[in-house]
Design a protein around this ligand. Sequence first.
Ligand SMILES: Cc1cc2nc3c(=O)[nH]c(=O)nc-3n(C[C@H](O)[C@H](O)[C@H](O)COP(=O)(O)OP(=O)(O)OC[C@H]3O[C@@H](n4cnc5c(N)ncnc54)[C@H](O)[C@@H]3O)c2cc1C
Length: 427
Amino acid sequence: MTGPFTENVISDQHFPDTTDVVVIGGGIVGACTALELAERGLRVVVFDKANLNEEQSSRNLGWVRLTNRDPAEIPLMIESIRLWSEMDRRINRTTGYVRSGIIFSDKDESVAARRQLWLKQLENTEFRVRALTRAEMGAHFQGSTFPAVHSFLSPFDGRAEPQLAVPAIAAAARDRGAQIFTHCAVRHIDTAAGQLRQVITERGTVTTSAVVIAAGAWTNALCAQLGIDFPQLEVIATAFRTSAIQDGPNTSFGTGEFAFRRRWDGGYTVGSFRTRAELVPNSFRYAWKFREALRTQQVDIRLGSRFFRETRHLLRHSTDFLQRLSAGRTLDPSPWFDQQQVLKEVAMAFPFLRKGRLEQAWAGCIDVTPEQIPVISPIERIPGLFVASGFSGHGFGLAPGAGRLMADLVEGRTPVVDPTAFRFSRY
Ligand SMILES: Cc1cc2nc3c(=O)[nH]c(=O)nc-3n(C[C@H](O)[C@H](O)[C@H](O)COP(=O)(O)OP(=O)(O)OC[C@H]3O[C@@H](n4cnc5c(N)ncnc54)[C@H](O)[C@@H]3O)c2cc1C
């Protein structure tokens, strides 16, 4: 695997017969949901088909950002920032969350104007950005020659550590009674007469009255087994990390092409916004639904072996999820651009990065919905079935709030924010 190292969470051994809630997926969304549910005294079981945190949630840049969110996500993101800022104390472990601020800079007048327009939404809130002069930019990033027409600092944005957060949050959920099973794929969700009955895994069957699908890029496949059409496609994004850089800047930086941020180990994670998508049968099926997303994002589209593998799977009409894992348990795409060259280019504008060596590169499969906002919702057709998925490239920051909202929906409590925008029934 090319993915970054992430602490191993050891599997529980004693398989339960019954539970209150099954959470499918041990990424950041599943972990935060399990923590919330366990804290409320519910019996929770988390299943992951591999180790926890092997897909998107360990591979992301680690930004916890309010800036540039879809307006529908703003209340949930404000709640998430609040939850991130108390998370380490709450779980008595470290997620690496720091409110470090992000500096956004644009070279292009029209992009800068779009950002200004977005910022108007924060005008009457406590979240205020500060425009930066070139000299102030230089004070943050010494020797920077980035040709910005406009830069601002959002002091309320921050970062956490994708390789630390899920193991820490999952361990805290376990302290509160959650059970966690790794290398335990959910093969099928069993229903009878429109009612949830059991979850069938490769290690046994558990009876439950609630299931939360937090399966990231695999949610479409799990839903399809139940005849539920969850429109979702994947794009591949690449990131890399450098060796430690002494006295490097603490503030993160983002522009249209790339972004970087300091890591807990003193190195920097650098991400590029150039993305790639592999053609799969769903690309054709959902082409119309995703036309707007495809128009606005510059995605490099490729035909590869996955198209033929998935077509074969469709033709088999198999309802066993295990068949999908024949090509591997973890989505582990190859990083696809010349990272050394990107590091060189970024370091030309930010000379401090010249002191760092390229240590490791990886890529991750981002699950995207047509509107590029998640679904956090009950599936009305099957009482007790819920989905928290489709985070469209920004679910790491949103996850604590999403976990709280999901727990509210499962319990039938007044939701922490208005969930209307995230309802599955929008399809
Ligand atoms: C390069 C990159 C940069 C990013 N940068 C940022 C960023 O800076 N900030 C931000 O907020 N977001 C960012 N993101 C997006 C963020 O990583 C995701 O939105 C978030 O991690 C999604 O979490 P998740 O729990 O929904 O999914 P995942 O982390 O993908 O977890 C899903 C889990 O479900 C499991 N699973 C699937 N099917 C089954 C099954 N049948 N049985 C059992 N288990 C199953 C999988 O094994 C997996 O562990 C980035 C993503 C990438 C790839």
